[in-house]
Design a protein around this ligand. Structure first.
Ligand code: PLP
Length: 443
């Protein structure tokens, strides 16, 4: 077989990546070959703490035996069958489990899809189509927030407020009015709006920016007053990241649509779910043309459902949510200690086990590259370094990662893309020393 890096540069196309720089002969990408707990191993045997939970997906650490076994068992029993005109027991069980996190007769219907973008896409189309079926066909517009990120499929992208990603597609997709805060809602004509879409408690791609406390509850009140659907995109915040199972629970908000993906399977295989109410669902009943003509080949994939059920079970067996307050407090304290040692940090934003550490201009990429040499892989969004470890992280592992963020060494600039890794420092000796040192927590 061809060397994997040569084959990669010859044939692969990475997301959010400047391929010309990626494929430059001087660029030596890290190839990950193995993972266990919060650790990732590259093909040279270096290991790194997974500081962004493999793009915000991993929950209980990598390769948890219970999830791996559930996947293996399901793959050998029923790998896939169409969910179009057929059902299977694991999807039934998972749907029942997901709705059980909410009061009865609230979010009680589950539509499965494949990823965060499609979870949002389905909610948008459901909201619009339901209006057409309730005599509210004038409600055709969406409201979204500046700098929001809801995914890259065209519908979800039209709700995306990150101009550097979405401005070129602005005239395609759904008609959307962007607002910056609740105060600006007064500029909106509510009678033509079908839904407001928001990442609850904290915007992720917008450099990890939390909303003011109480904002979500106020938004819910406003949407109810005006008969507007509230779509909560919990693709990042779901499954314990913010300290509660779902972010909306912190403000006692129940939306009309809840979009879940990333952590649903514990970060193992793709699966997404869009939860909605009977009120919305009932508008799709009756005549054939009222049905929701939308779906994907791998909808409710049984292996994904098995992984999700195993992951949700671990929340109970490991008492994951109960263990979070101590870890969250430890992360705050650890980051405060880091701030005290350097003038490089402008501000620290934290919501649960999600942290965005904003460094001085021009440092974001340098920090994440230097951190690699000290055993931490994470990503920067502009100059904000994301630290969002799996929920299974220990306090020792948090300290290890935060220490790695405090070490700034010069790394040759090698821009790959807006949020992408750059060339590794040519001097890896320090990392090698770290790897063998007792400073790395046991794992
Ligand atoms: N919504 C939010 C809040 C996200 O953070 C993301 C991805 O980062 C998405 C939607 C899109 O999810 P996916 O990449 O699985 O399509």
């Amino acid at each position: 077989m061809t060397d994997p890096i040569i084959a990669d540069k010859a044939h692969c196309w990475h997301p959010f990546t400047r391929q010309s720089a990626w494929c430059d002969p001087a660029h030596e990408p890290i190839m990950i070959v193995r993972a266990e707990g919060v650790w990732l191993w590259d093909e040279k045997g270096n290991h790194y703490l997974d500081g962004n939970s493999s793009i915000w997906t991993n929950i209980h650490g990598h390769c948890r035996p219970e999830i791996a076994e559930a996947i293996a068992k399901q793959a050998a029993t029923l790998d896939h069958s169409s969910y179009l005109g057929l059902g299977h027991p694991l999807a039934s069980e998972l749907a029942e489990k997901l709705v059980s996190y909410f009061p009865p007769q609230t979010l009680e219907r589950v539509f499965f899809s494949d990823n965060g973008s499609t979870a949002v896409e389905a909610a948008l189309k459901m909201s619009l189509q339901s209006r057409m079926q309730t005599g509210e066909g004038n409600r055709t517009r969406f409201i979204a927030f500046d700098n929001a990120y809801h995914g890259d499929t065209l519908g979800a992208a039209s709700l995306g407020g990150v101009n550097r990603f979405f401005s070129r597609f602005r005239n395609l997709g759904f008609e959307t009015q962007f607002i910056s805060s609740l105060e600006t809602l007064s500029s909106v004509d509510p009678t033509t709006v079908t839904a407001v879409v928001i990442e609850p408690l904290i915007q992720g791609v917008n450099e990890m920016r939390p909303w003011p406390a109480g904002m979500l509850a106020d938004l819910r009140e406003w949407t109810k007053k005006h008969g507007i659907h509230l779509i909560l995109d919990e693709v990042m915040t779901g499954f314990g990241r913010t300290g509660t199972m779902f972010a909306c629970q912190q403000e006692n908000v129940i939306p009309d649509f809840l979009c879940l993906a990333k952590g649903l399977t514990g970060g193992t295989v793709p699966l997404a779910a869009t939860l909605t109410t009977a009120e919305v669902y009932n508008t799709f009943l009756g005549a054939a043309e009222n049905a929701f003509y939308y779906g994907h080949s791998y909808t409710a994939n049984p292996i994904g459902c098995a992984a999700a059920l195993a992951s949700l079970k671990i929340f109970e067996t490991d008492k994951v949510l109960e263990g979070l307050p101590a870890k969250i407090a430890h992360l705050s304290a650890s980051l405060e200690k880091l701030r005290a040692t350097t003038n490089d940090i402008i501000t620290i934003r934290q919501c649960g086990l999600i942290a965005g550490i904003e460094f001085q201009a021009g440092l974001g990429e340098k920090i994440i590259l230097a951190a690699r040499d000290h055993g931490l892989i994470t990503r920067n969004i502009l100059d904000t370094v994301v630290f969002m470890p799996p929920l299974s992280v220990t306090t020792e592992e948090i300290d290890f990662a935060v220490t790695a963020l405090g070490v700034r060494r010069h790394v040759a600039a090698f821009p790959i893309g807006d949020m992408s890794p750059m060339k590794k420092s040519s001097d890896m000796s320090e990392h090698s020393k770290f790897k063998k040192s007792k400073d790395i927590p046991a794992h």
